[in-house]
Design a protein. Sequence first.
Length: 443
Amino acid sequence: MIMKRSIILLLTFLLVVGCSKDPSNPVSNQDAGNKEPQEEARERSEEKIPTAATDPDEIFMQNPGRLMENGELNEDELKEVLENIPEGLSEEEIYDHLIYYLAQDYQSTYQELQAFDPSNQPHVETPDGEIQLPELEQINVFVLLDASGSMAGKVREGVMMDLAKKAIQDFTKELPEDANVSLRVYGHKGSNQEKDKQVSCESNEEVYELGAYKQSRFNQALDRFSPTGWTPLTSAIDETTKAVEKTDGKTRNIVYVVSDGEETCGGDPVKAARELNDAGAQTVINILGFNVDNKGQKQLMDMAKASNGTYKNVLSGSDLDSYLKAEQKRIEREWDVWRTKNRLEADKIWAENYQRMNELVYDNGLRGLVKVEKKHLLQGVETLNEMGKVDDLINLRSLINKRDRELTSRALKFQRDISKRLREEREKAKSEIEEKRDENKDN
């Protein structure tokens, strides 16, 4: 009798376990879309928390914390997240959690300060009615897209290649009307098998030749390839260097490299990136690591450093899309400022630029965002302390205060550097006006 009862209990246990692991019974889309707050909080608590960045420039380029993606902090969501932070963490680990959830969105403000144009070139109307105008510069945008097999991998929103194509489509269609665009793909032939390595490593193609943007033709070019083979990153950069070398000194060349990993065809992409930077006086290189591992990220960061460019690590399609939209706005803003400044007089331009700089640096800019972030972080600390999850309150507060000091110092350095350049440009513009007046008076 006892044995019979044991067998029944065993069968019941196996049935329950089997049902709970049944792969043919996934959660429906409707169920997934109606998750309870507790379930969402539990999922957040299971997220992998990265180590918080320490370099101010890197911090300013990162995406906002998960609770700050909409720009406002929801007190209830914060409480749920803090309740799910495990006990027994070190102060450094608690700090990493707080940054992951509460970091401010500095990206667009920082990028505008990075691209701040202090030049002062007003219209100058001479007695004969002639208006002196600076010559319009040309902007070339080069997009280099990794089409190696690993780009077929998935992140939380879908296949990486599909997300990258969508982000690039949205980015290019909003570029200034007069900008030229080029799209180059690499690693899109053969396969990622050893037998096809040579074919794949030789695949490097400009599928949309440098020229005016035509949306339908550009989208057709994006549809011509799929993620396939190895990663000949170096050869793609080398071909872009050749194109940049053909441009004149008045052309601004902006290069975007989108890759999910390191070079796998034996090239030296760090050297190639350095040579690309040297190819044109006005060449700006932006490298986007899409869900890369540590080894691949190091190589991409070395490329950015060697080329005096920027590196941005994106973990999802929305991250990539946010970055490219910020870049599109930055390019558009540069263009608008350039055209506007030629209709203003020297002192007026200086005053407006100075005011804008202060807005970007002080209470409505980086400094203001830093203050709000510190307030949120300290609020999180106090709540965790009340929950009994903080052992060393002084040390945790000191980590937050250190971040506040370093970010503030970097923001104020922007103010000092840009102020100096604004003064120099204003005096230069006035001097050119005086020279023109003297020249006409002497004649």
